[in-house]
Write a protein that binds this ligand. Sequence first.
Ligand code: MN
Length: 253
Amino acid sequence: MRTEASAPIEEAFGPRHCLFVSDVHLEAPGGAAEQQFLRFLRTEAVRAETLYILGDLFESWVGDDDPGHPEVIGALAELSGHGVACFLLQGNRDFLLGESFCARAGCRLLPDPVIAQFGGEPVLLTHGDALCTDDRAYQELRTTVRAPGWQRRFLTLPLATRELLANEARAGSKSHTARSPPRIMDVNPGAVDAVFRATQVRRMIHGHTHRPAIHDALVGGQAVQRIVLGAWYEQGWFLRCQDGLYALCELPR
Ligand code: MN
């Protein structure tokens, strides 16, 4: 994982009330996850100052000309209309989310990883897939599809072809995940350690592994914390940071 610190994106203290979600994996319009996420935006998120979406908002996104999810895009735009700043990281499913999507949804696209300030503390935000270094096959694929040349060529294909290829890739990824031991699909402890050491942050927040938890550890004698967000397949998950206190929250469905 690239570990150089990006410029802080908020002023010294940062917002006092932020929410974080990841891996909402929105698929079928009108589905249970979409209904729950829309409700979350219109109830919880609207009362916060800032919403961070740490990747994989969509199960699949093949380019900003994708006509999918107009209601979600509208609800995100409404949120920024209410003065809630909304930041977005790309995930491994929706790594083609771009500036045109962000303009429509009123979001700001951030690099991955990025360091933000919360309660005066620098916190590293990442989707988390780059930390799963034991999954060599996936890391190779990631390098391929994140290359600008590959993306340019892919985006010149007709929308229907891109959707077809994305469906094939998802089927391949599902069978790869099913065949791999669970340890391989989690973050590599050495990769996590290296990020803490290189960036000197004491806290990181990520998703991707679908293993929601708060992990406390020591790195170089310093107390560090890694907060993992949950996926929205069976229920909703979000992280609240209010006045420097973090709480991982469940939304039953
Ligand atoms: Mn992911």
